[in-house]
Design a protein around this ligand. Structure first.
Ligand SMILES: NC(=O)C1=CN([C@@H]2O[C@H](COP(=O)(O)OP(=O)(O)OC[C@H]3O[C@@H](n4cnc5c(N)ncnc54)[C@H](OP(=O)(O)O)[C@@H]3O)[C@@H](O)[C@H]2O)C=CC1
Ligand SMILES: O=C([O-])CC(=O)C(=O)O
Length: 270
């Protein structure tokens, strides 16, 4: 029988707390080992009802676990990632946009034996995009439409004096460019574009449109891929989570499915 893998989680917000709860409830082959949080008193209160309360440790100490899930702000990505990768762990990032300018971490992982497993997260269809990218791909685009409050706080908006909450009538195109620049300008809003870029043809060739749309209630992403093997058009309409409207509720579920795939005997999808 395969041995149980321990899991450390950085961040206990919309993603981390839901994932921690699911692991505490019991997932075959996985055990919650430790968590990290900014506000320890809040974290202790959130963990109070757990069957087995995990210790709250520093970000670097999470690397004692077999799997380190990063579910924290992009600002602390490097600290979590470096410790996990140097320790040779399985590193599962949520803030995928923060990986794009740090691809040297992939070289380090190769040297230490670590693995970096990017979950599908709030997106869909990365299995098909990866398959298409084994052959010739002409283009990959993503169109993201969010209620204006799902874009609030992005550095790009501040740099360009865009008051996104003033978009109350017609939908407005806020950004058009490549996935690399989008990830820098919207580090907490379009990690999906970064994951798509890594699955397909890279952050420079993957293009994205970001729309603020007062008429949608869901974070909506449409991927279009034109490949030699297939044409893909896929849309996901994510219910925003209560804790963080930028984050779709499906995200912690996607990460849980990803973790199950690391230990399960039957695994579906590439
Ligand atoms: N890949 C994907 O598809 C998606 C990725 N994301 C990304 O995932 C990340 C997490 O998202 P989400 O859960 O919604 O974010 P939240 O803001 O809901 O939660 C972030 C958590 O990180 C904690 N935190 C902040 N600073 C630190 C620190 N220094 N050490 C430890 N913990 C810290 C916060 O603690 P406290 O509550 O005490 O402040 C909070 O619990 C974000 O970067 C987000 O952009 C989001 C959605 C989809
Ligand atoms: O990609 C992200 O960071 C979040 C997102 O769009 C979603 O949850 O729908």
């Amino acid at each position: 029988m395969a041995r149980e893998l321990t899991v450390g989680i950085a961040g206990l917000g919309a993603i981390g707390l839901h994932l921690a709860r699911a692991l505490d409830a019991g997932v075959e082959g996985l055990k919650l080992h430790a968590v990290s949080a900014r506000d320890h008193a809040k974290a202790r209160a959130n963990l109070a009802g757990f069957k087995a309360q995990p210790p709250i440790v520093g970000l670097k100490e999470l690397a004692a676990a077999d799997i380190v899930v990063e579910a924290a702000p992009a600002a602390v990505f490097e600290e979590v990632a470096t410790a996990a990768i140097e320790a040779g762990r399985i590193f599962v990032p949520s803030s995928v946009g923060a990986l794009l300018p740090r691809m040297h971490l992939v070289d380090r992982a190769r040297a230490t034996g670590a693995r970096i497993i990017v979950p599908t997260g709030a997106l869909l269809g990365l299995d098909a995009v990866r398959a298409a990218a084994e052959g010739e791909v002409a283009s990959v685009t993503i169109e993201t439409r969010k209620p204006p409050r799902g874009l609030v706080g992005a550095p790009y908006l501040e740099q360009n004096n865009i008051d996104v909450m003033a978009v109350t009538d017609e939908k407005k195109l806020i950004f058009k460019g490549n996935a690399f620049d989008a990830a820098q300008g919207f580090p907490a809003n379009v990690n999906v574009a970064a994951a798509l870029a890594l699955a397909g043809i890279g952050p420079q060739r993957t293009t994205i449109e970001i729309w603020a749309d007062p008429h949608v209630t869901r974070n909506t992403h449409t991927i279009r891929v034109e490949a030699e093997s297939a044409r893909l058009t896929m849309t996901i309409e994510n219910v925003p989570s209560e804790e963080n409207p930028r984050t779709g509720k499906i995200t912690p579920l996607s990460i849980l499915a990803c973790l199950r795939g690391l230990t399960s005997t039957l695994k579906v999808g590439s």
